[in-house]
Design a protein around this ligand. Sequence first.
Ligand SMILES: *Cc1c(COP(=O)(O)O)cnc(C)c1O
Length: 416
Amino acid sequence: MTLKAQLEERLRGLETAGLSRHLRELDSPQGTRIQLGGRELINFSSNDYLGLANHPALKEAAIKAVADFGAGAGASRLICGSLKPFHDLEETLAEFKRAEACLSFSSGYAAAMGTITSLMGRDDIVIIDKLVHASIVDASRHCDAKLRVFKHNDLDDLERILKWADAQKRRSKSEAQNILIITESVFSMDGDLAPLREIVDLKERHGAWLMVDEAHATGLFGERRSGLIEQLGLSDRIEIQMGTLGKAVGAAGGFICGARSLIDFLVNSARSFIFSTAPVPASAAAAKAGVELIRSTGGAERYHKVWDRTRQGRTGILPVFECAGSILLPENRQDACPTLSPIIPIIIGDENQAVAMADSLRELGYFIPAIRYPTVARGTARLRMTVTADHAEADLESLTKALVSIRNSQSTLSNG
Ligand SMILES: *Cc1c(COP(=O)(O)O)cnc(C)c1O
């Protein structure tokens, strides 16, 4: 079979399973109103939680960096591409996260890949939460360490695996054997939080290290809004803090914060950092402006706004589906309703039904795409709704009405 014919067949398979994906071209900047296919839609799907991606302060910083440092970096950081904006950003991030040092990467994906594969080797053990992001899963599989997965946020299961790891360690007598636990502080597709305090206690009792991905917590938790680690006062007790600059920070890139030795080691051995051209200096400058904005009084205002909308979304929208019984929420996913972040998942279950609901919403003027396998487990397809600081109270009120009308028409269908 030719490549073309074989791929066409595979794509048809995805289509039948309701798992086919297509790019949608946006003709506007990121925001609560987006232009899509010639129509304006109210957007409830971005990770731009604080509304910074199109903020004048970030745009001006990017434009100034282009004027001062050019469009491209011209080489990897270790050759001659380590332009000043990257160092300025890393200093700002280290201070923000109360860490000794920081290293920025071209993306969060590259940060996870470079860090996990360079730190963990053949004698080691990596333990990840069942629901961590694909970047962590891929990196954990790619390194040579033994990989174990604990049930989502389940401390007993984590402890069981740590005891197993202890036994392995005793048996192997290898001095070099290390154990790394990796989790997220806010889970990207469920919006729930990890029990970080308890995980820190556990890893200390077992002599393990901990890496926490704050992709969806940076900008949204803590007095300085640096993340859930700060809010829980755990900065000194977590070895590796990971984050991305493409979500609440409003720009692009990923980063790792930790001890000076961790950062120096990554510069020497993280392949995704070493063998890749430095990002455009404008993205580092925009990210630095994003962090500064988050820390300002303007940032505090945006923080309060996004949490107001989160409370409104949780109390207004989730009951629409809970009250409907389990026509949309499978019995075993009722627990998916409580959410403590601007990520508000409406779990549908069936892939095709989730896509149909997203289509109906789009017809009514709202954009919330269906999230399906492999981003989430099979049979847990969902509308992953997110709110941002720029949404108005009225936006959520009208969305609630739209969801009620869709729910009612669906329950009529399933009763008929
Ligand atoms: C988005 C995301 C990443 C990847 O970050 P990018 O900068 O988009 O590559 C990593 N972890 C989590 C939890 C994410 O949501």
